[in-house]
Design a protein around this ligand. Structure first.
Ligand code: COA
Length: 260
């Protein structure tokens, strides 16, 4: 697949997607969002791909936000469509993907950039990373899920302060807030994410997809997460992976999951 704004490389069951607009600090324009949707769809449909890592090109930014030059003259309807389409195509899409997604935050993750990282299943940051939702400094609010996911991850009070001040937090603060799981030197960031990805890929991909569904259910209105867990738990008993996992344990050998 030929992309203009991103790179997608698959190796050893891991797809690494890199947003590649370093001169614009990897800002998310419409074409980039469309290409990301395609790249995530392709990786998710490939049963050999067990984990997706997303990062930004260059050493300065993960993503410095939605591309401000694209929406500066939008009216109310266009603004609302921008948020709705972006959420559907990329942010909700990633959060609900069957394949685990790790955000490797290698610099600024601002606005839509932090919203993108927050829609991933978890985040690892480089020591130079800076995170924030500065939208109110532009006279707008986060529109790609930031008002919902930031409080889920860091708590309501911290989210209120970050959004109201439009300020940035550094990697240490993000770690203390639980916004990122680990901090690494920038040159080690992808290696560490790959190590985590390899660990994940040794487990049952079918069970992992079920776990993602059940965990996400906790954050969905009108859905009983415990009920989803019961259903997904039961479904696992009908899978080849479950047979292999339990047989391997009882035979004191390492499981070799077929991913079915
Ligand atoms: N949208 C569009 N272009 C952006 C962008 C964005 N969100 N963020 C950065 N860029 C562009 C700049 O316009 C500049 O382009 P130019 O060289 O053609 O003028 C280029 O990326 C480099 O950015 P610059 O501002 O010169 O870098 P800096 O090191 O001085 O500052 C930031 C870095 C991240 C602090 C600053 O770019 C910034 O505040 N960006 C906007 C962040 C934001 O508000 N995001 C939320 C959007 S909803």
């Amino acid at each position: 697949m030929n992309y203009q704004n991103i790179l997608s490389v698959s190796k050893n069951g891991i797809t690494t997607i890199t947003i590649d607009r370093p001169s614009k600090l990897n800002a998310l324009n419409k074409d980039t969002i469309d290409e990301l949707h395609q790249a995530f769809s392709i990786a998710n449909q490939d049963k050999n791909i067990k984990v997706i890592i997303i990062t930004g090109s260059g050493d300065k930014a993960f993503v410095a936000g939605a591309d401000i030059s694209e929406f500066a003259d939008f009216d109310v309807e266009e603004g609302s469509n921008l948020a709705a389409q972006g959420q559907e195509l990329l942010f909700d899409f990633i959060e609900n993907l069957e394949t685990p997604v790790i955000a490797a935050i290698n610099g600024f993750a601002l606005g839509g950039g932090l919203e993108l990282a927050m829609s991933c299943h978890f985040r690892v940051a480089s020591t130079n990373a800076k995170m924030g939702l500065p939208e109110v400094s532009l006279g707008v609010i986060p529109g790609y899920g930031g008002t919902q996911r930031l409080p889920q991850l860091v708590g309501k009070g911290r989210a209120m302060e970050m959004i109201m001040t439009a300020g940035m937090i550094d990697a240490n603060q993000a770690l203390a807030y639980g916004l990122v799981n680990h901090i690494q030197a920038q040159e080690e960031l992808l290696t560490v994410c790959e190590k985590i990805a390899i660990k994940i890929s040794r487990n049952s991909s079918v069970a992992i997809s079920a776990a993602i569904k059940a965990i996400n259910a906790n954050f969905k209105d009108g859905i009983n997460g415990f009920g989803v867990e019961i259903e997904e738990f039961g479904n696992c008993f009908g899978t080849e992976d479950f047979k292999e996992g339990t047989t391997a344990f009882l035979n004191k050998r390492r499981a070799n999951f077929p991913g079915q």
